[in-house]
Ligand binder design. Structure first.
Ligand SMILES: N[C@@H](CCC(=O)N[C@@H](CS)C(=O)NCC(=O)O)C(=O)O
Length: 185
């Protein structure tokens, strides 16, 4: 969502929610998102939660800088990548990230499994990127679903296999985008 806002050049102000203090489960936050999770977007009178749905809202409300496609076929491809990225890459990457931060502990075997899942998902991305700069033609929500964590692979201690040349080039390309620089993690 922060990447989409930056790509679309929409200014915004953060309202910080302390997850460790479980502020997301307080009644005043549950009134914004009954699931008790961040992120939530407040845009004037409009309230939207869940990053995928927020991104869809941003696309429809601010279409000037497009991050998906008008045609149903490529639009579906972008959504599939978003879904794949969320479940197969972001979820295990997020767990390693919060383990490293000391917010929640996982067992070594679980961490190994997360790393394995990440590598498997990147092997799939490697194939998909053959001859392409981005997952679906130009930069889109497909890439955004991986971006915030894929640029941190070194920090997550995921060694990229030498033969992952397409993934490496894609990461370099992502890192050059202003929307991905100075992204707070
Ligand atoms: N599908 C949701 C997942 C949101 C989510 O899991 N948020 C995490 C932080 S990244 C959260 O709020 N965790 C606190 C909790 O579950 O209590 C989305 O993409 O917005």
């Amino acid at each position: 969502m922060r990447i989409a806002l930056a790509e679309k050049k929409i200014s915004w102000e953060p309202i910080l929610v302390n997850l460790r203090a479980r502020e997301q489960k307080r009644p005043e936050f549950l009134a914004l998102n009954p699931n008790g999770k961040v992120p939530v977007l407040i845009d004037g009178e409009t309230l939207v939660y869940d990053s995928t749905i927020i991104n869809e809202y941003l696309e429809e409300r601010y279409p000037e800088v497009p991050l998906t496609y008008p045609d149903p076929s490529r639009r579906a491809k972008v959504r599939q990548w978003e879904d794949y990225g969320d479940n197969n890459f972001l979820l295990p990457a997020e767990r390693i990230f919060i383990h490293d931060k000391g917010w929640r502990q996982f067992q070594p075997a679980e961490l190994d499994e997360f790393r394995q899942r990440i590598l498997e998902s990147l092997a799939f991305v490697e194939e998909a990127l053959a001859g392409k700069d981005y997952l679906v033609d130009r930069f889109s929500y497909a890439d955004i679903s991986f971006a915030p964590r894929v640029i941190l692979l070194d920090q997550l201690r995921i060694p990229l296999w030498h033969d992952f040349t397409n993934v490496r080039a894609w990461i370099d390309r992502l890192k050059q985008r202003p929307s991905l620089q100075n992204l707070e993690h």
